[in-house]
Design a protein around this ligand. Structure first.
Ligand code: ATP
Ligand code: MG
Length: 252
């Protein structure tokens, strides 16, 4: 197998300057405002993080809430520009990083398939060709003309996953997207990710299900308060992560 590096993260730090930070929603703003009062004006969500994802890796990212996983995926996807360091991604990237990102909740699922597909760089013609495949995979044909705001979170994630994986991207990055799907859909997603991998896609997955990470991933990075606590093969890192208890966490 060729060993090209699909994702290179070099000494990335991400500092949020809360007073200047733009927020995508009122909710995000309020949450950050509260945190700003509790913490500092400048807050490092990532500090000197480096990792390499090679072609063919099914790479896992684990860590407690707030450890920087989603921030790192957003830096890799180009949503955030890192405050320091650099990121290189080779090939096409399909980001599944936030539930509902790239969707308009007032529009129907049918309209959102076109909207989100366009955001992902697909042409309307290509989307039309693949429309049935997307709908069949999501199993939501009966709800196609319902506005997304009336969807459950699991239903939104079905649509998002179906669109993002229709293209056979070089790199798929997925943040907790599967966690809101029911077990049947999770199995279906895992199957699709394995098919993509067989076709040459490299996957970077954030999951709070250690069991899922152990089942799917070959390599793992464990983030702790914005820093790499441990990186390596899946067994070693997951064993260490699972051994974490409140005492260990408090002591770091
Ligand atoms: N836009 C932002 N502005 C300010 N702070 C932010 C912003 N985004 C994230 N943070 C902060 O960065 C830290 C890391 O957040 P992040 O969402 O990356 O964690 P996470 O590892 O994905 O957690 P979880 O497991 O809960 O999803 C948190 O303290 C969070 O408050
Ligand atoms: Mg997150």
């Amino acid at each position: 197998m060729e060993n090209s590096k699909m994702i290179e993260v070099n000494h990335v730090s991400m500092r949020f300057n809360l007073s200047k930070e733009k927020h995508e929603s009122l909710k995000e703003y309020l949450l950050a405002a509260v945190k700003g009062k509790l913490q500092f004006d400048e807050f490092y969500a990532l500090r000197d993080v480096s990792l390499e994802v090679e072609k063919g890796d099914f790479y896992g990212l684990v860590g407690l809430n707030g450890s920087g996983k989603s921030t790192l995926l957003k830096v890799i996807a180009g949503v955030y520009k890192p405050s320091a360091g650099s990121v290189t991604v080779r090939g096409s990237i399909a980001p599944l990083i936030e539930l509902g990102a790239g969707f308009d909740m007032d529009l129907t699922a049918r309209e959102n398939i076109y909207l989100n597909g366009t955001v992902l760089g697909l042409t309307p013609r290509y989307i039309s060709e693949k429309f049935d495949e997307i709908v069949d995979f999501s199993e939501l044909r009966d709800f196609l003309d319902v506005p997304l705001k009336n969807y459950s979170s699991g239903m939104v994630s079905r649509i998002a996953f179906a669109i993002a994986t229709i293209t056979k991207p070089d790199v798929l990055i997925a943040d907790e997207i599967l966690s809101v799907g029911d077990f049947l859909f999770q199995e279906k997603c895992e199957k699709r990710m394995k098919e993509l991998m067989a076709g040459g896609t490299t996957v970077l997955l954030v999951s709070h299900s250690i069991e899922q990470v152990e089942r799917m991933c070959n390599k793992v990075t464990w983030l702790e308060r914005g820093r790499v606590r441990m990186a390596g093969d899946v067994r070693t890192v997951c064993e260490a992560y699972k051994a974490l208890d409140q005492g260990t966490e408090a002591g770091t």
